[in-house]
Write a protein that binds this ligand. Structure first.
Ligand code: BEZ
Length: 212
């Protein structure tokens, strides 16, 4: 059965550049971004790993831990990490799983045989502190991901969890948001949205982004 949003992220123990990782224990109360790379020593992956390392401050602000994966061996990862530091101007500051037995790749459905039967595709999973899968995105091997978009979705998910709001098309930090339709209690609406809200339709209520 393939993984779906809302499922508990499958737990695993696997080797990494920071020693063995037991996912649920390693995650603790943090959010997690788990993302796969087709292969070590490849150009697109090299740029992505550098970019994620540079975003550490943004991940930390959101209580997110990043963890990468490829199906190559730990010794290859260790050599590649040196190349990333040299070419991207930053050291890797998160673990890279060495999934040479494909344990994690198979658990998460990261190998799409009709695309390539040996390499993983570029999968992204966002896992919340309750270990639920909240986002899954799949990119082709030849397209580098947009990690700003992944941060944007995490911001949206955290707003929903903390403030009962959803985010409209192309939303970005500071834009107005939408009150979730399930929230109808007038007292709770007043308490949660002291700046008020505009009812465009009974199901479309717009309010300034809470918590700013
Ligand atoms: C890359 O990471 O550069 C890459 C990997 C697989 C296919 C194409 C590009």
């Amino acid at each position: 059965m393939s993984l779906k949003l809302g499922d508990i992220a499958p737990d695993f123990t696997q080797e990494s550049t920071e020693g063995p990782i037991h996912l649920h224990q390693w995650a603790g109360n943090s959010w997690v971004v788990l993302f796969s790379h087709p292969k070590d020593f490849t150009p697109v992956c090299t740029t992505e790993l550098g970019a994620v390392a540079k975003l550490k401050g943004e991940f930390d602000k959101r209580h997110v831990k990043a963890i990468g994966l490829s199906v190559d061996a730990l010794k290859d990862h260790k050599a590649w990490v040196g190349d990333i530091e040299e070419t991207q101007g930053t050291a890797i500051n998160f673990p890279l799983l060495a999934d040479s037995d494909r344990k994690v790749s198979n658990l998460y459905g990261m190998i799409h045989e009709n695309a390539n039967d040996t390499m993983t595709v570029r999968s992204v999973f966002v896992i919340d502190p309750n270990k639920k899968v909240r986002l899954m995105i799949t990119y082709p091997a030849s397209t580098g991901r947009n990690f700003d978009e992944i941060l944007r979705v995490i911001d949206s998910l955290q707003l929903t969890d903390n403030h009962k709001v959803a985010t409209p098309v192309n939303w970005k930090q500071g834009d107005d948001v939408i009150i979730v339709p399930a929230l109808q209690d007038p007292e709770e609406l007043k308490q949660r949205f002291p700046k008020g809200f505009k009812t465009v339709k009974p199901y479309l209520r717009i309010t300034p982004q809470p918590g700013r």
